[in-house]
Design a binder for this molecule. Structure first.
Ligand SMILES: C[S@@+](CC[C@H](N)C(=O)[O-])C[C@H]1O[C@@H](n2cnc3c(N)ncnc32)[C@H](O)[C@@H]1O
Length: 343
């Protein structure tokens, strides 16, 4: 067994952790939660799963680094150096290394430079060569909640790739869409599998489907506006995503029962939204019924809204797993509701 740590981003208090758990489940990686610190999740898993961390590095959006944990101790410099002296450094001596420290919330008085120098000395004394610019292997000492987690980087998430896919950088732009990092996190929370079918019944410009397609899912979208659908197709083509899009009402879909594996969607809400229905309440009632009907048993739906969906969801048969609250600005707070269609 081994311990793997996920260094989480601070952009939300719980979504980054839920994203990691969803991605682990989607990839069918056996794990137990070992410890949770501020912005750090540590799991226990089989050593044979280490190569799969490459897949997670490409899937996750709200994590900075994935580490193989080599030691945990109190966040005091002498204890950290003692711990590092006792760990088994197993990288080839011909490879270069770099040590970095990260203080979560910067409360700890230890100087990062002194700590990096102290840990580096242990490596140097053992015959390893440092390269601060372009190392072959990087180690991190993360100080969180009064403890130090020391580990070797298995993967670092390319967060800038998500910024490159910001809505305004896409061939077709329409305002009021979720940003790529949140879209990807929702896709992971939905336990989207590579090769599985993901549906967005309000696909708009295809932001969610692009994120699902880029991790290897087959995507299916619906929207009621022809112009938006054409724009969504342009965006999905641009990222070479495998997709089908249908022009139809999310409250009455021409799809067979239980034909999709998961649903991730951002229906219209807020003052500027275009709603093609008698009312938003009417639309959500009928589309949740449809979402339940087309989803396979055991599948999950992740739905963004401004209003509470829990009662409607339970009425149509869903189990409400979680609701995440995300404040967007003064007049908009999003609710991200995770719904399970139990077997
Ligand atoms: C918030 S936007 C979705 C944005 C989308 N996630 C994206 O990346 O562009 C909501 C979408 O719902 C669509 N819509 C409104 N009423 C609908 C209905 N009855 N059935 C299907 N789509 C509808 C709108 O055309 C709009 O594209």
């Amino acid at each position: 067994m081994t311990l793997i740590a996920f260094e989480l981003s601070g952009e939300h208090s719980v979504i980054p952790c839920a994203e990691v758990i969803g991605a682990l489940e989607a990839e069918e990686i056996d794990f137990l939660i070992y410890r949770q610190f501020d912005r750090l999740l540590i799991i226990e898993t089989y050593k044979s799963n280490i190569p799969l961390m490459d897949v997670l590095t490409r899937r996750l959006s709200m994590t900075w680094h994935i580490l193989q944990v080599l030691g945990i101790c109190d966040a005091a410099a002498p204890d950290i150096i003692k711990m590092v002296e006792s760990v088994e450094i197993d990288h080839d001596r011909s490879l270069t290394y770099r040590i970095r420290t990260k203080k979560i919330k910067r409360k700890n008085q230890i100087s990062s430079e002194d700590l990096e120098r102290g840990i580096g000395k242990v490596f140097y004394d053992n015959g390893y060569k440092a390269d601060l610019k372009n190392p072959d292997v990087e180690y991190r000492a993360v100080l969180s909640g009064g403890e130090c987690i020391f580990g070797k980087i298995l993967g670092s998430i390319d967060r800038s790739a998500f910024e490159h896919r910001n809505p305004s950088n896409k061939p077709f732009f329409y305002p009021g869409v979720v940003m790529p990092r949140l879209a990807r996190a929702m896709v992971n929370i939905a336990r989207t599998k590579r090769g599985g079918i993901v549906m967005d019944p309000y696909c708009g410009t295809g932001g969610i489907l692009v994120e699902a397609g880029l991790i290897g899912a087959v995507t299916l979208g619906c929207d009621i506006q022809k112009k938006i659908i054409m724009g969504g197709q342009m965006n999905l083509d641009y990222y070479s995503v495998d997709y089908s899009i249908l022009l139809q009402d999310a409250g009455n879909m021409a799809l067979r029962d239980v034909c999709v594996d998961c649903i991730v969607t951002d229906p219209p809400y807020g003052r500027s939204a275009i709603i093609w229905a008698r009312s938003l309440d009417h639309l959500m009632r009928y589309s949740l019924k449809e979402i339940y009907r087309v989803l396979r048993p055991g599948g999950r739906a992740v739905v963004v809204s401004e209003c509470h969906l829990e009662d409607l969801a339970v009425e149509v048969g869903f189990h409400v797993d979680k609701v995440f609250i995300q404040r967007v600005h003064r007049s908009l707070t999003r609710r991200i509701t995770v719904l399970d269609k139990v077997l």
